[in-house]
Design a protein. Structure first.
Lengths: 103, 162
């Protein structure tokens, strides 16, 4: 039995929903950022698998993954900077205390 | 041989991903995130994406995971180790994720007999470089703007109050 696209896509789906679970249930903002990284990786895995199986030859999918990685790095840097700023002001990392806009 | 390697990497990836989202100690969660990112790099290598394999190791494992670990150590407190880390909705969210995952699995059954192209494996670095400077030229220039904005934003948000 050989590996097909189905294996990689299933793995990507499971990884993505593990990430969704983390984003929706974790209380710590840092864990939420980590779960977002897992979701990014699931998407990258799908892109590379599609590139390899459905469209071999030009590496358009892999080029897209490079951009995703760059955007993910930018996202995590700004997210962590915001987190540190909020942590300095509110002295907490739990999202239920981040209710500045609630009035 | 190859399926065994795939299942091994997939097992490591899923176990460490589950540990990342469920462990109570956030330092351990961050370390398991590093392991998960490394196994994704291994899967990239299995998909013959050698440049992405090294980029994943350099940027994700060497950059993002270490950065997260730094912030974990900066913002952690002793009482966090014993605090509950999941909120009250975890059971509902788990069921939603399970059902969506099964639905997606059914959809993906259409892809169950796609075999890879039979081109001999070759280095992807040179084609990717050509692609970035021809077809992806505009996004390639735009991403430098995004990185500059992220740099400025990070400096602005973390600078201490005068």
């Amino acid at each position: 039995m050989s590996l097909t696209l189905y294996h990689y896509l299933s793995l990507g789906a499971v990884l993505f929903f593990i990430g969704v679970f983390g984003v929706l249930t974790r209380r710590n903002i840092l864990s939420i950022l980590m779960s977002v990284e897992l979701m990014f990786n699931a998407a990258n895995l799908n892109l590379v698998a599609f590139n390899r199986y459905l469209h071999p030859g030009p590496l358009l999918g892999q080029g897209l993954v490079l951009f995703t990685i760059a955007v993910a790095a930018a996202e995590i840097v700004v997210g962590l900077a915001l987190l540190l700023a909020i942590y300095r002001k509110r002295d907490t990392v739990y999202v239920e205390n981040f209710n500045l806009l609630k009035g | 041989m190859t399926p065994v390697l795939f299942y091994l990497l997939a097992g490591i990836l899923l176990c460490s991903a589950i540990c990342t989202v469920t462990l109570r100690n956030i330092v351990h969660a961050a370390l398991f995130l590093g392991l998960a990112l490394t196994s994704v790099a291994g899967l990239f290598a299995m998909l013959e994406a050698d440049f992405l394999f090294s980029a994943q190791l350099l940027i994700y494992v060497g950059g993002i995971a270490v950065l997260i670990l730094f912030v974990v150590l900066l913002s952690g407190r002793r009482e966090d180790l014993h605090a509950r880390q999941l909120n009250e909705q975890w059971l509902g969210v788990f069921l939603v994720c399970l059902v969506s995952c099964l639905a997606l699995w059914k959809v993906y059954a259409a892809f169950s007999h796609g075999l890879p192209g039979t081109s001999p494996p070759s280095s992807t670095t040179q084609p990717l470089g050509k692609l970035l400077l021809t077809e992806y030229l505009v996004p390639f220039e735009l991403i430098s703007l995004i990185l500059l904005a992220a740099l400025l934003g990070a400096v602005y948000f973390t600078k201490s109050e005068p």
